[in-house]
Design a protein around this ligand. Structure first.
Ligand code: FPP
Ligand code: ZN
Length: 452
């Protein structure tokens, strides 16, 4: 069995673990005491200790909130976030190779975050991002991770969402939609699912990214949709959530992808929605944040992946609430309907009146994001003890926005003050929960693409 020296635990970490015991974890093996000498722990014991320390740290932060310090601690540090994000955009130039296969993702994480914060971009910067992304566009359609790289569905989704977020005519018209459709059709597998790239893996993420871009660009057609619902259905597990592929474990990221894709093709009612709802609602822990799957730690990024499924808009589907027209929102799987305006399910999703509230504790989630994920020097992280990054900044801010609007019937109307934790100035722009783009940017692109 693998062993590691217990003495190698950083002192600061072990002192945190020993201040008091974590609230509910079972401590089968006590932390090493200095008098024990160089005691050796198994990898499992060490992992258990690390988990307890991380959970304890979250509790320490949440318990530390005294009423008189709340408004200070619960502030969204807007300016430092904007500074951190804007500096990040500057790193995208040709000399930045660290995430070389993920550059459209960096564009999306940063530019979407800036848009959520309501901060405009300089038009020169905007144009340079459009130009950069055009170098990532493959001559046969789709976007690669960087100039000259093979097209990939994930980076195609990131590039398209970035261009929609930039929103200028130059940005929107830079996308070669005809070629993009050809690329999507090439990624379509005979099973009905999609693969991420030529010869690449087939999973629910590929299905979502393909359908999301087809829908937002108004190129969704019957061929793209054929048998897709059957594949996604085969990924819903006995737990209720959706896995990445048939036979795997339900996971928050894939549950978002699966449900959003099913709503966009108007087949959500084929899923076992009551068990999906149960599964998602049970993923919000006593730490206030969401975990991605059973028995795992909470993580700030699931504030979007899970909360967007449990938000009131999605609840229209998941709880069988009715829309204005009296029909079950999203019900019906007929392809005749699809031919009559497939791309607009993303649009009608936002138009439906929402009568139900969210299926999660929205104030508690905002507490986790602001207190445990927010880095006061700018940016967001998974949990205390981790480093900030652009991915977590994007999904913590997206989750914060979903939470703030999660009681609103109409996401284009500002929510009441009681729905926003901390000062009302914390309020972010609202997002379209199926595409994760800022709502007014979505509407602008919808107008642009629906005329084409
Ligand atoms: C649009 C798009 C491409 C969406 C992808 C959604 C998706 C699958 C997100 C999950 C990403 C993630 C944090 C995985 C971690 O798994 P882990 O096993 O390291 O973490 P865990 O312990 O929290 O499960
Ligand atoms: Zn994460």
């Amino acid at each position: 069995m693998n062993e590691v020296a217990g003495g190698s635990l950083p002192r600061s970490d072990s002192s945190v673990a020993m201040e008091s015991s974590p609230p509910s974890s079972s401590t089968s093996s006590p932390p090493p005491s200095p008098s024990d000498g160089p005691r050796r722990l198994t990898v499992t014991q060490l992992e258990q200790l690390k988990v307890e320390e991380e959970v304890f740290e979250i509790y320490r932060i949440l318990r530390g909130i005294a009423p008189h310090t709340q408004s200070f601690m619960l502030e969204l540090w807007r300016d430092t976030h904007i500074e951190f994000l804007t500096r990040g955009l500057g790193l995208l130039g040709p000399s930045y190779h660290v995430l070389d296969a993920n550059r459209p993702w960096l564009c999306y994480w940063i530019i979407h975050s800036i848009a959520l914060l309501g901060e405009p971009l300089h038009s020169e910067l905007e144009d340079s991002v459009v130009e950069f992304l055009s170098h990532c566009e493959d001559k046969y359609g789709g976007y690669g991770g960087g100039p000259g790289q093979m097209p990939h569905l994930a980076t195609t989704y990131a590039a398209v969402n970035t261009l929609v977020t930039l929103g200028s005519d130059m940005a929107l018209s830079s996308i070669n939609r005809a070629n993009l459709l050809k690329f999507l059709l090439r990624m379509k597998d005979s099973s009905g699912a999609f693969r991420m790239h030529d010869g690449g893996e087939i999973d629910v993420r590929a299905c979502y990214t393909a359908i999301s871009v087809a829908s937002i660009l108004n190129v969704l057609d019957v061929e793209l949709v054929k048998d897709l619902g059957n594949y996604i259905l085969s990924c819903q597990t006995y737990e209720g959530g959706i896995a990445g592929e048939p036979g795997s474990e339900a996971h928050g990221g894939y549950t978002f992808c699966g449900l959003a894709a099913m709503i966009l093709i108007n087949e959500a009612d084929r899923l076992d929605l009551p068990s999906l709802v149960d599964w998602v609602a049970s993923r919000q822990g006593v730490e206030c944040g969401f975990q991605g799957r059973v028995n795992k730690l909470v993580d700030g990024c699931y504030s979007f992946w899970q909360a967007s499924v449990a938000c009131n808009k999605s609840c229209n589907f998941t709880t069988g609430e009715t829309g204005l027209d009296g029909n079950l929102c999203g019900a019906g799987t007929s392809h005749a309907k699809i031919e009559g305006g497939l791309s607009d399910f993303g649009f009608s999703f936002m138009e439906k009146q929402t009568e139900c509230g969210p299926l999660f504790q929205s104030i508690a989630l905002q507490q986790y994001i602001l207190l445990c994920s927010q880095v006061l020097e700018g940016g967001f992280k998974d949990k205390p003890g981790k480093q900030r990054d652009f991915y977590h900044s994007c999904y913590c801010l997206s989750g914060l926005s979903v939470s703030q609007y999660s009681c609103s019937k109409d996401a284009s109307v500002p929510p009441p003050t009681r729905a926003v934790l901390g000062p009302y100035a914390n309020l972010l722009e609202s997002v379209h929960p199926l595409y994760n783009v800022v709502l007014n940017k979505y509407y602008k692109s919808h107008e642009f693409f629906s005329c084409l």
